[in-house]
Design a protein around this ligand. Structure first.
Ligand SMILES: Cc1cc2nc3c(=O)[nH]c(=O)nc-3n(C[C@H](O)[C@H](O)[C@H](O)COP(=O)(O)OP(=O)(O)OC[C@H]3O[C@@H](n4cnc5c(N)ncnc54)[C@H](O)[C@@H]3O)c2cc1C
Length: 299
């Protein structure tokens, strides 16, 4: 995409990008700030947030104002502007559950467009901005529809167990957020200490026939049936079965506690991390006949 004589790349917090080489163009760091209550009705508040605001700080702001809906998405690194790009999600909640609209600047038309949830074509770690409109728009702001009365999602993952450990009797959004923070801090490597980009691969979706075939050869295969009739497989489990968990080659590695996360122990070049991801991808395909897709944006 060209908007001037240079190609342009929009950078948020940089937590979901792997640079494999220098970028031959201009990098625009989005720093648009501001959190504004637009309007409210009986059940909801509508809050417009600048793309350059930090995601977790926004979650904390919502909790302080008793606006419910984003508490399960606590501690996801990065900024507001990137949150619709891959429809961020964790612990049973996705961005599209709280998304109302966004404003984005078309870099070559030089016009601002408004997108509804339907326009964004949200999917699992996916949106129109990763596909048809890749690198065409700079997201300026996102408007969220948040609940005045919380609906708790605590049956997913280890949340219920963590709440019990915390001795919680009465739920509130602050407590749910704290439970998520506790779990994430114990499981995921902190990028400030061991650089990483979170889950490197998406959990692949396969047909029920493919799943049945896999189950015959691998009875322990971890899978989640989806409402639409397909089956989601745990990429981390498959990577682990191929022996990658805890693997290290130079400074590039596969995290010892979470096989889905590739880490940089020091001075690995982006290309070394990419090459390791390619080896992992090939070995999973060879063992299971399943082609993993990278979640991280590669440049
Ligand atoms: C430890 C760790 C844990 C993570 N856990 C999760 C998780 O649980 N769930 C999850 O979904 N993700 C997770 N991630 C991934 C990451 O946090 C999200 O993808 C996040 O939204 C990235 O935000 P960012 O601002 O850092 O985006 P960047 O990495 O800067 O950019 C990501 C992509 O979005 C584009 N982009 C960024 N801002 C804009 C904008 N304003 N307009 C247009 N395009 C833009 C960039 O060009 C790039 O293609 C995790 C990452 C880490 C490091």
């Amino acid at each position: 995409m060209m908007y001037s004589e240079y190609p342009i790349f929009i950078l948020g917090g940089g937590s979901n990008i792997l640079f494999t080489k220098d970028y031959d163009g201009a990098v625009l760091k989005n720093e648009i700030k501001g959190i504004e209550l637009q309007h409210e009705d009986g059940e909801h508040v509508y809050v417009k947030v600048g793309a350059g605001e930090n995601w977790h700080q926004f979650v904390l702001y919502c909790i302080n104002h008793n606006w419910a809906g984003v508490e399960n998405l606590s501690l996801i690194p990065g900024n507001i502007g990137a949150s619709p790009i891959q429809n961020i999600g964790a612990y049973g909640v996705e961005l599209d559950d709280v998304f109302w609209s966004l404003e984005a600047f078309h870099l070559s038309e030089r016009k601002i467009h408004t997108f509804t949830a339907t326009d964004c074509e949200f999917g699992y770690r996916d949106s129109v901005f990763k596909n048809r409109y890749k690198n065409e728009f700079a997201i300026l702001s996102v408007t969220f529809q948040l609940k005045k009365k919380p609906v708790y999602h605590v049956s997913y993952g280890a949340i219920a167990e963590e709440l019990e450990k915390m001795g919680v009797k009465d739920l509130n959004i602050k407590i749910v957020s704290q439970a998520v923070v506790n779990i994430r801090s114990s499981k995921l490597p902190d990028p400030k200490i061991i650089p990483n980009a979170g889950s490197f691969f998406k959990n692949p979706e396969v047909s029920t026939e493919k799943y049945e075939e896999l189950k015959l050869n691998f009875p322990d295969v971890i899978a989640y049936p989806l409402a639409k009739g397909t089956v989601k497989l745990a990429a981390g489990w498959m990577i682990e079965q191929c022996g990658w968990k805890g693997y290290r080659k130079g400074d590039a590695g596969c995290h010892a506690k979470q096989a889905l996360v590739l880490v940089n122990y020091g001075n690995a070049a982006g290309k070394e991390i990419y090459d390791l991801s390619e080896e992992i991808l090939l070995s999973v395909n060879e063992k299971f006949g399943v082609l993993l897709e990278r979640e991280v944006n590669i440049l």
